[in-house]
Design a protein around this ligand. Structure first.
Ligand SMILES: Nc1ncnc2c1ncn2[C@@H]1O[C@H](COP(=O)(O)OP(=O)(O)OP(=O)(O)O)[C@@H](O)[C@H]1O
Length: 197
């Protein structure tokens, strides 16, 4: 996935590439524009510059098609129907058990979900729609350390297996070391590379 001359909010002339199967961590102070950058990449916020995934360009397809392909999982996931299962494609999704759920979760009311359950189910939902790239906004923010480790292993394995480029917003330097192949930090209007040891 390639962003060229991307400008959104305070960020200006941003360029980066995420190779297939690689995870790029994005960090920066609160309010520095991480979520807005993700929303621009998902074509949800107005922006200048271009974004492409292989031969597919953001301007060459409808917003709906782009977002099915370059799937964003926001920090606060949106749920519009009563039950969990109504948000998933037909059939039981893969990896429910890996993330700690039984098949009955599909019948649960969304209103009963804890914040951590919502976060794990939003990730499962995104993956169930068979994207080709992921934009993750603090995907483990509501999870305990053990569950965080499970989700990290699951996501890094999926990215490698499917060769998805992944942009992963994170605050925790230890998590970035564990999951990321590269790390960019917002510094004013620009992104600066942080070495991954
Ligand atoms: N649609 C919008 N129009 C104008 N300003 C916005 C819009 N959305 C967000 N902002 C502002 O842009 C700045 C960056 O917001 P953003 O949500 O991207 O920050 P962030 O880096 O993700 O922060 P946090 O780590 O606290 O989630 C903030 O000052 C925010 O108030």
């Amino acid at each position: 996935m390639r962003a060229q001359a991307l400008s959104v909010g305070a960020l200006s002339a941003i360029d980066f590439t995420i190779e297939p199967g690689c995870i790029l961590a994005l960090s920066g102070p609160s309010g520095s524009g991480k979520s807005r950058l993700l929303r621009a990449l998902a074509d949800l916020d107005p922006h200048d510059g271009s974004v492409a995934l292989g031969e597919l360009t953001q301007t060459g397809v409808t917003g709906h098609r782009w977002r099915q392909t370059v799937m964003m999982v926001p920090a606060d996931s949106q749920w519009w129907a009563d039950t969990v299962g109504e948000h998933f494609p037909a059939g039981a999704p893969n990896d429910l058990d890996t993330l700690g759920f039984g098949p009955e979760v599909m019948d649960w009311q969304v209103s009963r979900l804890s914040s951590g359950e919502k976060q794990r189910l939003a990730l499962l939902r995104a993956v169930a729609h068979q994207p080709r790239a992921l934009l993750l906004d603090e995907p483990t923010a509501n999870l305990d350390p053990d569950t965080t480790a499970i989700v990290e292993a699951w996501l890094t394995g999926l990215a490698r297996h499917h060769r998805w480029p992944v942009l992963w917003v994170a605050h925790d330097p230890a998590q970035i070391q564990r999951v990321a192949n590269a790390h960019l930090r917002i510094a004013g209007k620009q992104l600066e590379a942080v070495p991954c040891s």
